[in-house]
Design a protein around this ligand. Structure first.
Ligand SMILES: [Zn+2]
Length: 199
């Protein structure tokens, strides 16, 4: 019986990125052995679906809609920074050097992983651009092949849709290939944003 309970937890944990069967098993036993962790985890996970929503403007996870960033009157609404995932938005937020708004794609174009241009959900961004007076879009996808393809696709699509007065910029060139925003240190990331180039 106990083995069955553990294997059910292991099967769930294995679905998380970066968690193999061995780690999943170790985590499962750890959770079961720590009663307060087990209780709190169960409580939080059960209520998170009701508490958390996605901001209709930027796709950020939030308990308010629009999120705290989109509804902040002190932010510069003329700049939107497009990132692949919300972790990257938080990495940029942590630098404290960016005061514009965001749009989170949720993915880059990665055909090998079954992610195509339609998965970027650009329609919502396009609707937003029609209603807002945006002057600049910072394409802050990763500096790898997928990130470059995604940045080019977004720029070309938005230009085709008639947003040709918007200035498009890319986080600094010259950074190493494969530069990942999520893992960059604050200084490098601030540099990458400050030294963005028009594309
Ligand atoms: Zn938002």
């Amino acid at each position: 019986m106990q083995k069955k309970i553990v294997s059910e937890i292991v099967n769930l944990l294995k679905q998380l990125p970066g968690i193999g069967p061995k780690t999943a098993e170790r985590l499962a036993y750890y959770i079961l052995e720590n009663e307060s962790l087990l209780v709190n985890l169960a409580k939080e996970l059960a209520s998170v679906k009701e508490k958390v929503t996605k901001c209709f403007l930027c796709n950020n996870f939030s308990d308010t809609d629009p999120c705290i960033i989109c509804s902040d009157k002190n932010r510069d609404k003329k700049i939107i920074c497009i990132v692949e995932h919300y972790q990257e938005m938080y990495a940029i937020e942590d630098t404290g050097s960016y005061k514009g708004l965001y749009y989170i794609l949720g993915t880059a174009i990665e055909p090998l992983k079954g992610k195509f241009p339609k998965d970027l959900n650009l329609d919502r961004l396009i609707n937003r651009l029609k209603n807002e007076d945006v002057e600049e879009i910072i394409l802050a996808t990763d500096l790898d092949t997928e990130g470059e393809i995604t940045a080019d696709y977004i720029k070309n699509t938005l230009k085709e849709k008639g947003f040709d007065k918007i200035k498009f910029s890319r986080i600094a060139k010259g950074l190493p290939y494969g530069f990942e925003i999520e893992y960059a240190d604050g200084m490098t990331l601030s540099y990458a944003l400050k030294n963005r180039v028009q594309v």
